[in-house]
Design a protein around this ligand. Structure first.
Ligand code: NAD
Ligand code: ZN
Length: 372
């Protein structure tokens, strides 16, 4: 396939398009949102080069890409890990395989594929070997160290790309590729068992709205924490047994303890809030588990040692998911156990989506249609 690209690319008759086979015609340039420096303008390009897949990569015609709060962190550059620059962000891409490198055997042209945050890892270090692929020191991060899915065509390591069944609604599945996998893994990491309470902070946002549904599907009892009437309504409609507005309550901890008869057995923090973490060490049930997922810039998880020891609580981090978590999380979606509360807008709207996200105004998830 790569040979086909270079042969046709040099043909004068095909200056603007590369015909890969009778089904797929891949343009040389495409639409993409690019920034050249952190916090710099989000440039809407219509002539961005289409990448060529390496031997172990697939080229995906991204139809839809979710917008994760991580993309906003990447644009701000507010984490202690530099992004590639210039950068095409985005890591919740769902689309169609239109080309593949010579070593790829697990995808056919025309297959549906998902591009995740974890684009690639070495597969041979101690962490990859035990399934902690996201901890690989050679991990390639989509939309961060590798151009992402806010473009019409993006590359991914075939071995890490997600398999998506044909007939799937690609806009709906896009948020599962980061938000869904991440919260599913975090719920597993919490070790909460069916019938137990799980508190979800940031429940009305992208990750939170999926966490409620995965929790419910796993037999847990979700209690949602966020703010505003629209998020309250969404959380309840998705299966939260209780919604607590962290801005409206005078004693968040007391209210959560009362609603859960002694505190939730687990807390999943997807809120982009340091304060939310500290207060949860008070309301979590003794012997319970707090799982850190959201990564507010510069945040520190504070926990009183006395309280931590006497209540015998556990505080854990959880970072996306591995290939097995991906298959499992997508299967919940395919079986209709979770759905994505999405709002679809064009690629060119990314800046306004970031503005809303910054203000905490997004209810559910925004998904970009890469064609406009
Ligand atoms: P989002 O903006 O869609 O949602 C965040 C939600 O948190 C909003 O609804 C907001 O109202 C709510 N919130 C803010 N302060 C709160 C508080 N004090 N208590 C309760 N709710 C509060 O963001 P998202 O896309 O869901 O991402 C959330 C975080 O998760 C980001 O920091 C992102 O980078 C991180 N993330 C981590 C991983 C991982 O693997 N650990 C993966 C994906 C995203
Ligand atoms: Zn993400």
């Amino acid at each position: 396939m790569l040979r086909t690209i270079s042969r046709l690319a040099s043909s004068p008759a095909r200056r603007n398009f590369i015909r890969l086979n009778s089904t797929f015609v891949v343009p040389r340039t495409q639409k993409a949102i690019v920034f050249e420096k952190n916090n710099g303008p989000l440039l809407y390009k219509t002539d961005w080069p289409v990448p060529t897949p390496a031997a172990d990569e697939i080229l995906v015609n991204v139809k839809y890409s979710g917008v994760c709060h991580t993309d906003l962190h990447a644009w701000h550059g507010d984490w202690p890990l530099p992004t590639k620059l210039p950068l095409v962000g985005g890591h919740e891409g769902a689309g169609v395989v239109v080309a593949r490198g010579s070593a790829v055997t697990n995808f056919e042209l025309g297959d549906y594929a998902g591009i995740k945050w974890l684009n690639g890892s070495c597969l041979s270090c101690e962490f990859c070997l035990k399934g902690a692929e996201s901890s690989c020191s050679d991990a390639i991060l989509t939309g961060y160290t590798h151009d992402g899915t806010f473009q019409e065509y993006a590359t991914a390591k075939a071995i890490h790309a997600a398999k998506i069944p044909k007939q799937t609604d690609l806009a709906q599945i896009a948020p599962i590729l980061c938000a869904g996998i991440t919260v599913y893994k975090a719920l597993k990491t919490s070790t909460a068992t069916p019938g137990q309470w799980v508190a979800i902070t940031g429940a009305g946002g992208g990750l939170g709205s999926l966490a409620i549904q995965y929790a419910k599907a796993m037999g847990l009892r979700p209690i949602a924490i966020d703010t505003g009437a629209a998020k309250a309504e969404l959380c309840k409609s998705l299966g939260a047994e209780v919604f607590i507005d962290f801005k409206a309550t005078s004693d968040l901890s007391a209210e959560i303890k009362q609603a859960t008869h002694g505190g939730p057995h687990a807390v999943i923090h997807v809120a982009v809030s340091e304060a939310a973490i500290e207060v949860s060490t008070d309301y979590v049930r003794p012997t319970g588990t707090i799982v850190l997922v959201g990564m507010p810039a510069g945040a520190v998880a504070r926990s009183s040692v006395f309280n931590h020891v006497v209540k015998a609580i556990d505080i854990k981090g959880s970072y996306v998911g591995n290939r097995e978590d991906t298959v499992e999380a997508l299967d919940f979606f395919s079986r209709g156990l979770v759905s994505s509360p999405i709002n679809i807008v064009g690629l060119s709207e990314l800046a306004s989506v970031y503005e809303k996200m910054e203000k905490g105004e997004i209810v559910g998830r925004f998904v970009l249609d890469t064609t406009c």
